[in-house]
Write a protein that binds this ligand. Structure first.
Ligand code: ADP
Ligand code: MG
Length: 528
């Protein structure tokens, strides 16, 4: 029983009470306002300038790429001219060495190469024709506009955006570290590599994945309600929401349409409370942070998102292995093991390597409620080479993973709840849902992640169980890719026409059209 008791003692450190949630929400609201007042705060609250208008020529092929923290996705959206789309996706894992490459071009040339492969595979006919045309002129500018594929670039790192296809990288997150790229325009970096391959592609729009998710969800969310917030819980975590311009006290440089009084704000909430006023801080969190490439930064993200949760669990398990008083994954007495075999951990197990435990294992642990935890034990063997774990071992692992996952979900509720409160929508005299679009493998695959979020939302003062019922959190699957393609389309038309407010455009004519279009694709884009 020593193991069970010790597990209880350790998992208690990950409790995040209703009281903690409420303190978190107050601090989140405070840091939100601070970020709306000035630059250089922990919540960056970056104004996004996504404005544009369709000119009615909804024909042609648009590309969207999405550089997340783990995967690079290339997607094409074909506008058939009769209000329907066809979508095609491909996905490749980003090689680890490129995340910490010396030169920005090492990473961006890889991305350009993936675009080329995608075009060759899925759009061979168009591709060849375009290539031929492009070879007839010497400069990228030298050939006609309509011969180029417009591309929406979803770039899920903090960027200071200063145009629809211009933005400089503020800092890397999620384990990336290529100092050469910091301060540079990421669209230009991608365009350079595209041009080097002589691809007929123009990077037309820069989109944060949260903004893309917000846009895509706005098109597809059921009913007339427009979406308040787009949030990512994947490798990293972040959110973008619709803010009243009157609440944005810091200067918004450049031109934007003022008619709606609204603007999408990219919070960059991964860095919420870097100053550690309220975030929980176990010895495991401290160790993870110290050994990360960016100590002291992205402190919220390091407690919430996919890249980090597995690592926290790993650090806990490694600590438990060192404790001579308990017997975890060890059988001093093999008769105690219900499988009657010797438990061993291979020396090369991921358990002994930083980032060696993937968060997906936590999902498997949470989902397995069989009497003998057979999937957990199988996966421990498959993923971590832990052979013949006992029932007690599996239970201890499940409990640790659950504690870390639950704390993450409740912290997520702090961010979502604060933004719902900030919007004032709960005071509306209506029972319209408050719509939130979410994307990312963690929220999509971790069992009951959304339920745990709802439970914490109901505990927030000013929301309560009634308010929580009005909040509708829906998955916008691959929303960031879809959103980017839509914004690329808008950007192309913006080049020709004057600037018209983008949000307004979503809310009116285009909504129905896109809703139908997206529903007709092979892949389900939205699951409510
Ligand atoms: P990206 O962040 O590149 O857009 P994803 O949204 O797919 O990509 O998120 C990848 C992250 O999600 C990784 O950190 C991975 O460990 C985690 N992850 C993948 N599958 C699962 C799962 N089933 N349960 C929990 N986390 C997962
Ligand atoms: Mg993503």
């Amino acid at each position: 029983m020593a193991l069970a008791e010790e597990t209880k003692r350790i998992t208690a450190q990950f409790d995040y009470t209703d009281d903690d949630v409420n303190k978190g929400v107050k601090e989140f609201l405070r840091q939100m306002s601070e970020g709306l007042e000035r630059d250089g705060t922990s919540l960056s609250q970056i104004p996004t300038y996504v404005t544009g208008v369709p000119n009615g020529t909804e024909k042609g092929l648009y590309l969207a790429v999405d550089l997340g923290g783990t995967n690079f996705r290339v997607c094409s959206i074909h506008l058939n001219g009769d209000t329907t789309f066809n979508l095609t996706y491909s996905k490749v894992a980003i090689p680890k060495e490129l995340m910490v490459a010396k030169q920005a071009s090492d990473l961006f040339s890889f991305l350009a190469k993936q675009i080329e492969l995608f075009l060759r595979k899925h759009h061979e006919d168009h591709f060849e024709a375009h290539i031929r045309r492009r070879q007839t002129v010497s400069t990228p500018e030298g050939y006609r506009d309509e011969q180029i594929f417009r591309l929406g670039f979803t770039f899920s790192f903090p960027v200071q955006q200063y145009g629809i296809n211009k933005g400089t990288l503020m800092r890397w997150t999620k384990g990336f570290d290529i100092p050469d790229a910091v301060g540079k325009d990421v669209c230009a970096l991608l365009q350079q590599e595209i041009d080097r391959l002589r691809l007929p592609v123009k990077v037309a729009a820069l989109v944060n994945d949260t903004v893309g998710t917000l846009m895509a969800r706005s098109y597809t969310s059921p009913g007339k309600t427009s979406t308040l917030l787009g949030a990512i819980f994947g490798t990293g975590t972040n959110g973008a929401y619709v803010e009243k311009v009157s609440n944005i006290k810091k200067p918004i440089e450049g031109d934007y349409d003022k008619s709606t009084g609204l603007m999408v704000i990219n919070t960059e909430w991964g860095s919420f409370d870097n100053q550690m006023n309220i975030l929980p801080n176990t010895s495991y969190d401290i160790e993870l942070d110290q050994k990360s490439v960016n100590p002291g930064i992205q402190m919220f993200e390091k407690r919430v998102s996919g890249m980090f949760l597995g690592e926290i669990v790993r650090l806990v398990i490694v600590d438990m292995l060192k404790n001579p008083k308990i017997s975890l994954f060890r059988d001093d007495n093999s008769s105690q093991n219900d499988w009657k075999s010797t438990t061993t951990i291979a020396p090369e197990s991921g358990l002994f390597k930083q980032w060696g435990l993937d968060s997906s294992l936590m999902s498997i642990a949470a989902a397995d409620n069989t009497p003998d935890y057979s999937s957990i034990r199988q996966e421990l063997e498959k993923q971590l080479q832990i052979y013949a774990a006992s029932l007690e071992d599996a239970l201890a692992f499940k409990d640790v993973a659950y504690a870390v996952g639950r704390r993450a979900a409740r912290l997520s509720a702090v961010a979502l709840g604060a933004i719902v409160l900030q919007s004032g929508k709960l005071n509306d005299k209506t029972d319209e849902p408050i719509d939130i679009g979410v994307d990312g493998s963690l929220v999509e695959h971790y069992p009951f992640f959304r339920n745990m979020i709802y439970e914490a939302l109901a505990a927030i003062e000013g929301i309560g169980p009634e308010g929580a019922k009005r909040i509708r959190i829906g998955i916008a699957k691959d929303g960031s890719g879809v959103g980017a393609a839509l914004i690329a389309l808008v950007a192309a038309n913006m080049e020709k026409k004057g600037v018209v407010d983008y949000l307004n455009y979503i809310k009116t004519s285009v909504v129905e059209k896109f809703t139908n279009a997206i529903a007709e694709t092979d892949e389900p884009t939205t699951i409510v």
